[in-house]
Design a protein around this ligand. Sequence first.
Ligand code: GLU
Length: 506
Amino acid sequence: MQATPGQRVRTRFAPSPTGHLHVGGLRTALYNYLYAKNMNGDFIVRIEDTDQARRVEGADKSLLKTLEMTGIVPDESFMHGGNFGPYVQSERLEIYRKYCLQLLERKNAYYCFSTAEELEKNRKLQMKQGMQPKYNRKWLPEDMGGSMPEGEIGKKLEEGVPYVIRMRVPDYISIMFEDMVRGPVEFDSATVDDQVLMKSDGFPTYHFASVVDDHLMEISHVIRGEEWLSSMPKHLLLYEFFGWEPPKVAHLPLLLNPDRSKLSKRQGDVAAEDFINKGYSPEAIVNFVALLGWNEGEGCEREVYSLDELKEKFSLERVGKAGSVFNVEKLGWLEKQYIKGRSREAIISVIKPLLYEELEKKNTDMDVDRIAGDEYLGQVIELMRERVSFEHEFITFSNYFFFDPEKYEEKAVKKRWVADTNEVVGEFITVLEETGDFSADSLEATLKDFVAPRGKKPAFLIHPVRILVSGVGFGPSLYHMLEVLGKETVLRRLRKGIERVSPFSS
Ligand code: GLU
């Protein structure tokens, strides 16, 4: 769907700084970003902090940091600047006051002095009568279709009684609009409450502030979660009161658990930072989140996309209405695809600092210049690419490429040792000492030639050698592993190992 000709596409992500960036929020941000970039437009981040009680110090900066870590960089925000600022709603209070006054003057809004107790009593009464709770319009002035005399209102204002300002929702009209995801939507104004626009603390409500800002910031498309769909009639009425052209809107499907229940923020794992901290790469996270509601085309099997490819292919027409299941296994699968496809250099740039961190914590018997060099790390990467689930595992999961084993997997030792194992390994060590060619092929031939005359199978030696050299009973091809580790390390570990692993001595 094209934007109105001549209108620049401008989208916004408008988080409330109440905590971490939820995966749902990341998806909203990503879709806004992708849509804007696909249309050569601007992506704006606006901080909606009008609910001061829920505001969390520092959450605004951390939201932006998480976005940037995943490659979603705003064109305008309180950190990036721009011509439509300030980009934080608490810094725009004068603007909202000015526009609210206009609505009061035009008789689209009115003062309301009802107390919290009164409102609560009214709400309970309506619920008891099976009605949808709504403000009872006690303070709607006579000249706006209500019963409150103008004088009463003036008196309260003079006395300085706290008040809120409410919008006057017209009676019995139908509010229709076209949602870019959901198609035509219709609301009856009878179901719409006289929404508070300005609170007694002088702050606007979300509804009022976001409409004013979307207009002033020239937002062309509002893309947000489905939970905001029911706010549309209020927002559209405000646009009409002001005589402003409303932006186009798209409401994104809910995120669901695999059992199709609504994904809850409380379910732990759904803060975007958690995924980053667990070691998922920004590319996999973005790819995963992009697929939570969007696909390239009917029957298209493709699932791996870079951010640039997503920018090129994304469209709101391909966002589905049905809820999208949030399946973490898919993220794990995508991460593996990324690791398989990533260049050695890119992986080295991530894992080298991790290796240095480990080297600071403990000493190694190996040559540090060699094991931290690109050639050695490149060999480790090629051996382990298919076996790791996260990039950090090149170091943590395969730490035997960098450190001599401190202990040996007990279960594996029990399974693989027989009475003469250490003796045979000892003889094999002397053969290896004489071996000039430490390539995988030559090591394979040497080992096979060694076991055959002794009436043993290669496995008799392969498993114990692996355990003594790496400490564990699983890993990549043994011969390749030995080649990468090198003769000196292998011999040192075998000699040390047979002294320490003697399951039959006790
Ligand atoms: N501040 C709202 C939120 O926290 C923004 C909703 C919207 O995009 O209009 O999600």
